[in-house]
Design a protein around this ligand. Sequence first.
Ligand SMILES: OC[C@H]1O[C@H](O[C@H]2O[C@H](CO)[C@@H](O)[C@H](O)[C@H]2O)[C@H](O)[C@@H](O)[C@@H]1O
Length: 599
Amino acid sequence: MAGRIEDYALIGDMQTAALVGRDGSVDWFCAPRFDSPAVFAGLLGTDEHGFWRIAPKIPGVPTEPATRRRYRGDSLILEQEWDTPLGSVRVTDFMPPRTGVPRIVRVVEGLSGRVPMLSALRMRFSYGRVIPWVHSREGRTGAVAGPDSVWLDSDAATHGHHKTTFSDCTVSAGERLTLVLSWQASHLDPPARIDAMESLRTTEAFWEDWVAQCTYRGPWRDAVVRSLITLKALTYEPTGGIVAAPTTSLPEDIGGVRNWDYRYTWLRDAAITLSSLLRTGYRDEAEAWRAWLLRAVAGDPENLQIMYGVAGERELGEAELSWLPGFENSSPVRVGNGAVDQLQLDVYGEVIEALHLGHMSGLARNDYAQLLQLKLIEYLEKHWNEPDEGIWEVRGPRRHFVHSKVMAWVAVDRTVRLIESQGSTEAKLTRWRQLRDDIHRDVCEKGYDPERNTFTQSYGSQELDASLLLIPQVGFLPPDDKRVIGTIEAIQRELTVEGGFLLRYPTVGEDSGLDGLPGDEGAFLACSFWLADDLAMIGRVEEARQLFERLLALRNDLGLLAEEWDPRLQRQVGNFPQAFSHVPLIDTALRLTACGAYG
Ligand SMILES: OC[C@H]1O[C@H](O[C@H]2O[C@H](CO)[C@@H](O)[C@H](O)[C@H]2O)[C@H](O)[C@@H](O)[C@@H]1O
């Protein structure tokens, strides 16, 4: 395991992804899909659970992490370089956008001197549990167990030792060697060999073409583009589904139990991702996601789930992988996600808001999208006033979360506006205008504490919740409303941690608090971006810009963000990289750019 979460880099082929550490080790790789069992799970355990490391190996000299690393231009091609006493060497890692099987390509190049290099490959299928049979066939190394096979094509000779496949060689300046690892279903013939350098050229061209479509031209271009590339990498290209993150169980609390599997498509996370992509010029991805949505939720809205598999699968039952000790002993390691069965009413608002934005942005009219919207409102009409698990997917008792009700209002409001814009005489319009007013009144009466001049987390509660920052952003109340300003000020006062970043809600140490879980967690990055948005909306633009810059400084050297930031340990925590952090980064950059907040 390479070290901290932020020591990892992402590579991917838009069907799955891998994490590569600064030590040159691929410690996480699930194949063939994001949510398939891992071939390398060292990230959540030890080297025994699988890895592929390529780094200098000089006898008597300890191997250091890479001296430098970067993505090549605006791409997902990682370059790591080591300066050693014997010379310098570069390892370039990437996954070609999928045309056949998933592949990890690694190119070793001598930059100066003569550097001995070692590739150590330990394949362990089924999340580190299964040691495969390894054999050589026609100059290739193959590993097979159960449904999986993995094939290594290397320019250097390989040999096996201690259930690990090694290749070693010495590279001089100007010399190059390539290694390609391909996954294939084990009942099929080995996959064809590829030309690694040709694949590098086409992969670079793919990313250059994709980035060229970006319409954002503001001062935070590099941060926005890196976030967009990350979101694209989290998109499952065959279906348009978007995973929340490519990992499971990177801890929100190092050593604790807050470890979840994010390799699925949350309607909430995907809907806000779609909005960011639309605002930055990516209409094809937005169309693809809308099509995914319509397929995934087809049927009775009563059966709508808050999350699905990337192809729309519904069975995501949660299980624990007892043989994996977890990242820095944060256990359990979970696969699947029990939140799948929760009621989260905000999801209706986020989905309808995304459909609304698609409509306003001129996406081709889709009658099913409109039909879906109407069906979702009919569902909400019956259920909006029930308690739910809310945006944070709490595992404690259901409550009347204020944010959920606000988003129910958003769903009805956007639908009313859609019908009005079409000049329709839809009979339900009057009823839904009334419903919109009823929800608004209910929230303002039961979710607002006049003594403290703040909205509260749930009806009757004293707690605050950073999701309330979305109240002005979704237009529930205007930013200059005294209740909005009071809420922003109260949240800033009570939920801020070191650096001015925000907790999403208070946790209570070892006792189980609101979320039903022991332990604390870090500052929730999405909420901290929302605070910057709100500050800008209420005219505190310079403060907003400064907070935004501090948030940008939390990214790792490659521009990547996990879900949270632990202010005590000064390190990223939670799954990585996380769409729910990169989307608000883009949104805040767009807002501050529109405000002219250039510093
Ligand atoms: O903290 C408890 C919950 O954490 C996860 O949910 C979070 O991630 C989701 C995906 O990004 C996001 O949509 C949600 O708002 C976050 O709270 C986890 O998936 C849940 O099972 C867990 O209860």
